[in-house]
Design a protein around this ligand. Structure first.
Ligand code: SAM
Length: 284
């Protein structure tokens, strides 16, 4: 008998992966957590049945949520990750010797525990002494901090369930307050391929533009995410992601990345007209 995992990207579009084995399943206080072993993409983490990361294509997402900011501001020392329970974002940050401290505020310990057990290539740096994992709601955590972080990475689920509060003006305002004067915020910003997701992305972009002087959108191709095409917001108090790219500084680090490079950085911020125009108009 064949076993398949499916995710509805819309009411009329379904994405399926053939499964070798259903390795883990539990209901935490926040969501259903599953780990499946797939033929094509290796191990897969789903939350409430939605794809979070796969072993085969996680490098795209984790390269692209981390490296663009690090190539713009080489002096990033203190970083806040909101979410990021699989550990891949923290792993990429640990490749930078100048990163002194990472607070990873993940609401669901079950996600971290499952990732430690089944996704060792992603969770490999969670015991690094520079990484401080806190099992808290990012919405609450951010409220009583001030002016501390150089970079905030919102590596969250979609705005449903616990992730909902991570897409509000109040939350972004609080993020703005805890960022230093040269601070950068990056959040995963959904896909423009399907309107339900695109609406979230545009709404998030509009809210960030109300408080950050520089807000740009960049893109990456992530096969297992809806539309295979994913966006990120780059919101900055000072640096322009293209004009202030420090190519030579970043390349001198000699980091071997599977997806990101400083030429691709330029292209990532060069959006197709149908996407660019909708962000400029502020509606889908
Ligand atoms: N790369 C994935 C994506 O783009 O959808 C995100 C992966 S990561 C597993 C998402 C994490 O956000 C989950 O572990 C979830 O528990 C966490 N999360 C959701 N809402 C949160 C909140 N309010 N505070 C902290 N973590 C939260």
């Amino acid at each position: 008998m064949e076993l398949w995992y499916s995710e509805n990207h819309t009411d009329n579009v379904r994405f399926s992966l053939k499964i070798k084995e259903h390795l883990f399943s539990t209901q935490s206080n926040f969501q259903r957590v599953d780990i499946l072993d797939t033929y094509e993409y290796g191990k897969l983490l789903t939350l409430d049945g939605l794809v979070m990361v796969t072993e085969r294509d996680e490098f795209v997402y984790h390269d692209m949520i981390v490296h663009p900011s690090m190539a713009v501001n080489p002096n990033i020392k203190n970083v806040l990750i909101i979410g990021g329970g699989d550990g891949g974002t923290a792993r990429e940050l640990m490749r930078y010797p100048n990163v002194q401290h990472v607070d990873m505020v993940e609401i669901d310990k079950m996600v971290v525990d499952a990732s430690r057990k089944f996704l060792p290539t992603m969770s490999s740096e969670l015991d690094n002494e520079r990484v401080n994992v806190l099992y808290e709601d990012g919405v609450e955590f951010i409220k009583n901090k001030n002016n501390f972080y150089d970079l905030i990475l919102i590596d969250s689920t979609d705005p449903i369930g616990p992730g909902e509060g991570l897409f509000t003006t109040e939350f972004y305002n609080n993020c703005f307050k805890v960022l230093k004067n040269e601070g950068i915020l990056v959040n995963q910003n959904e896909t423009p391929v399907y309107n339900e997701f695109f609406k979230v992305g545009i709404s998030s972009n509009i809210k960030l533009k109300k408080m950050f002087p520089i807000v740009e959108v960049y893109q990456a191709s992530i096969p297992t995410y809806p539309g295979g095409y994913w966006l990120f917001n780059f919101a900055s108090k000072k640096y322009n992601p293209i004009a202030d790219l420090k190519e030579d500084d970043w390349n001198s680090l000699g980091l071997k990345t599977k997806y990101y490079n400083t030429n691709l950085h330029i292209g990532a911020f060069s959006l197709p007209n149908y996407v660019k125009e909708k962000f400029e108009n502020g509606n889908v």
